[in-house]
Design a protein around this ligand. Sequence first.
Ligand SMILES: [Zn+2]
Length: 312
Amino acid sequence: MDSNDNLQYNEFRKKRVKIFKRLILLAVGFFIALPNVLCVLIIFTMHKTNSSINSLTNELNLLKVTETQKVAFEETKAEQVDNPAKENFVFKVSSDAEEYEGYQRVYLTFDDGPSRYTDELLDLLEEYNVKATFFVLAQEGYDDEYRRIVNDGHTLALHSYKHVYSDVYSDLDGFENDVNQVYDFIKEKTGVAPLFYRFPGGSSNTIYKGDKNELFDFLNDKNLVYYDWNVTSNDATYGGLAKGQIANNVLKGIEGKDEAVVLMHDANDKHSTIEALEIIFESLQTRDDVVFLPITENTEPVQHVTKKTEEE
Ligand SMILES: [Zn+2]
């Protein structure tokens, strides 16, 4: 080998070393860059997966809600079929008494209202899903209460214009006057023509000295059916009764009666009546054979005294 060959060989070696160095540098650069590229790729993929998961979760939640609603709906439907007395919250309500053959039907009736407690009483009835009957007087300043009684689905019925015995029972004219006035008053306030009436003191009162048949005829001509009661709460006892006593009178009174018309009062001095009602509702809540109904044309009248005919 001459020196020329040697030179060429050295050149060749240098070139190879140079290429080799470049390859190493490239490799090092590649391995340094790789994790970064991978990281970016992973982050991008994670982001995409994340949004996919999110939308899937949303869809799943939506399905769950729909399913829950469906189950709740089915359960409510099943309860209604199994247990018609416990629809919704507490007591089933219907104005059709015939639907409740075989049930103990309780008609709560409130005389002498409206009062400062009428709204509270209506709130309580609403809370327990109970419909009742209000035998009212004609009183100014209670327009909202009269209307709410009707709008809440209770029966608005007549009691007296002023509830003054000496006027109501003075004679036939006095009686007709009193009924006509309260009738017109209620019709004007609510737009509803009343169908039911309760005598102040009941149909068996001994205050009226004339022929009661004339009173019954007058009511009949006016298309008014009168209702007395077969259960008394005694909430009108002079001096007032404790809520527990009132509740007990009602709970004992309705025992064994298929149709119980309960006499209670809606008056400014009778808050204990409302407190008693809460006890009554709580106590009867566990019974699924009791329904509270408003008086309607389908309700069998409870009358202490009826028209006497020739044969009697
Ligand atoms: Zn009264």
